[in-house]
Design a protein. Structure first.
Length: 592
């Protein structure tokens, strides 16, 4: 079927079921960012493959609401689909609900599949539309009847990690969650989010591309811990190991039926942002629901010393692969054989040659020239640029290793640098450095780090439309909460042991893009009569190109930081490289 035919069939079903507006979120029953093929509903319906967006369908209009990261991509992919791009003014805001309220008459019905919408989304829909007299039905699946040959749910085996890797045993993690539940007087807790499940049970899988997770739910009370998972996916060894930590196995599909059996004396903690509406709605009405963040989310974000030391090791392996990669590009760009797609493939091969490599942590963004101005660009056969010895190349990439997760962005010049490119690069570099050098009191929020990082960029009347940083998991999801560094991050403090990206950028549509990203570890600095202070340890180990730097725009503190950083990169990697590679890197890391 074409996208227009799919849209036509969905509208026919809407008529049959009395639905006037239909919402399709980019999600699954676990409220995941990256989805198994079975749940890639937006891509199947409209052709849009970005990881954030919402489709809304009425009889007269079909639109994709998404943010500035995807505007160019959406315009290209939606062409001829019957869907139009609607540009979000505020990232992640449910602006489509307001539009539905303004568009549909009183008495109309808006519907969505509650397995794809978080409780937070469902509440936003109801809060805005109920007072307008618009009916809301969260139990309507209009895609499954239309989606022929829909991919089945993944069946790959799950596996467990040893405590020598995780630094904390499963039974101890469960005890920590139970302690929080007791403090909050909750008698039960359901975890739907796959990264929380993976952390809690020290279990990993390959159900979602780039994310080492397995599909499942975890129920915890003071007496019980149950993993709801397809039993074919767990070996007898894994079952026995989980049982030794007090975790029993039940079938994946039985979780909602289990929740229906809760008693009215129960108080269950559910995370409204990480629990789908259908799961929430399966809890009996006389059971008290405590809507709070999963306790495991904060516990997971604060890395222990074993995880931190493993992460440092992963950064060395990643740095070796990246050094080989950028040397290879420099030596081959004049040959005319390099493209955005084949350099991404080669980078994966170089990472795969490193110890403990399991997968890439997201699809590599290799954006040459104007493609670098698309923050979430992915090269496809129809867009695949040939690289030439001119212009800027932006590469945002990462690896999943058994000893950690990496995420790094670098920009290099392939030749014929312009002054505008040098100025843009230097201004962004100043932001990366100032964010990395930040000293801040305990209790600082992400929006404050965001502002510190943006300050030198704002000072030149430049800005960027995405957040400055996101949390990163330990051999887990490359985007991990609860902390983020963005203008609206006011609720979660930056805690000791968190790993977060610092990645300011600058994008000139039709010309070039700049982003320089490192991962940093939050750590204690000092205490005095004015309070407790913290700073960052930079973890990422890869040279920052200096031939793009306009030194006149930097202060001495920036120059010192850059020179010290590049020297540290060389010292960290030199023994892992061939003599030729080390000589090349020594030249790249020369002080300016």
């Amino acid at each position: 079927m074409t996208y227009l035919e799919k849209l036509s069939q969905i509208r026919l079903l809407m008529k049959e079921k009395g639905v006037d507006g239909y919402i399709i979120p980019s999600s699954d029953p676990h409220i995941s960012e990256y989805l198994p093929d079975h749940y890639k509903c937006i891509a199947w319906t409209s052709g849009f493959t970005g990881s954030a967006g919402t489709l809304v369908i009425t009889q007269s209009f079909a639109g994709l609401w998404t943010d500035s990261r995807y505007f160019v991509q959406a315009n290209e992919q939606l062409n001829g689909s019957g869907f139009e791009l609607v540009k979000l003014k505020v990232q992640h805001a449910p602006e489509y609900v307001t539009w539905l309220g303004e568009t549909l008459p009183k008495g109309a019905t808006v519907a969505f599949d509650g397995n794809l919408a978080s409780l937070a989304v469902a509440n936003a829909v109801k809060t805005i539309l109920d007072p307008l007299g618009i009916n809301v039905n969260g139990h309507v699946d209009l895609l499954d009847p239309v989606w022929k040959n829909r991919p089945t749910l993944p069946k790959e085996k799950a596996y467990t990690l040893p405590v020598t890797t995780t630094g904390q045993a499963t039974k101890d993690k469960i005890a920590a969650v139970r302690a929080v539940l007791k403090q909050k007087r909750a008698t039960a807790h359901l975890i739907s989010s796959l990264d929380d499940l993976a952390w809690l049970l020290n279990i990993r899988g390959t159900d979602v591309k780039c994310n080492p997770v397995t599909l499942g739910f975890v129920f915890i009370s003071q007496e019980k811990a149950i993993l709801f998972i397809d039993s074919d996916k767990v070996s007898q060894e894994v079952v026995s190991e989980l049982l030794s930590h007090g975790v029993e196995i039940q079938e994946y599909a039985k979780v909602q039926a289990y929740l229906k059996g809760l008693s009215k004396s129960d108080i269950i903690l559910l995370d409204p942002k990480r629990t789908c509406f259908a799961t929430y709605d399966s809890v009996p009405q006389d059971v008290t629901i405590l809507e709070e963040m999963n306790p495991s989310t904060m516990l997971k974000a604060i890395k222990n010393e074993v995880e931190i030391n493993h992460q440092r090791n992963a950064m060395i392996n990643d740095g070796v692969a990246l050094t080989k990669f950028f040397k290879w590009i420099e030596e081959n760009v004049a040959s005319g054989i390099l493209t955005e797609m084949n350099i991404a493939d080669h980078l994966r091969e170089l990472r795969a040659a490193q110890p403990g490599f399991k997968d890439i942590s997201f699809d590599t963004i290799s954006g040459y020239k104007d493609h670098g101005a698309l923050p979430h660009y992915k090269a496809e056969p129809h867009s695949n640029y040939d690289l030439k010895p001119e212009g800027l190349l932006l590469v945002d990439s990462g690896g999943q290793y058994e000893t950690g997760t990496t995420d790094i962005t670098r920009v290099i010049s392939l030749g014929k640098l312009t002054q505008e490119e040098k100025e843009d690069y230097t201004v962004v570099l100043k932001g990366t450095i100032e964010g990395s050098m930040a000293i801040y009191p305990k209790g600082t929020r992400g929006y404050q780090i965001d502002a510190i990082t943006r300050r030198p960029i704002w000072a030149t009347l430049r800005n960027y439309g995405h957040g400055t940083g996101h949390g990163v998991g330990f051999f887990l999801n490359v985007h991990e909460g609860p902390q983020v560094f963005n203008p609206t991050a006011t609720d979660i403090p930056v805690e000791v042991g968190m790993i977060t990206s610092i990645e300011p950028g600058l994008y000139r549509e039709g010309k070039h893009g700049i982003r320089i990203e490192n991962l940093v570890l939050s750590k204690e600095l000092s205490s005095n009569q004015f309070g407790d202070f913290m700073d960052f340890e930079t973890l990422t180990i890869c040279y920052i190109a200096t031939d793009l730097v306009d030194k006149s725009l930097l202060e001495s503190t920036h120059i010192d930081w850059l020179n010290n950083y590049n020297q540290w990169v060389y010292d960290s990697l030199e023994s892992k490289l061939t003599k030729e590679e080390a000589t090349w890197l020594k030249e790249k890391t020369k002080a300016i």
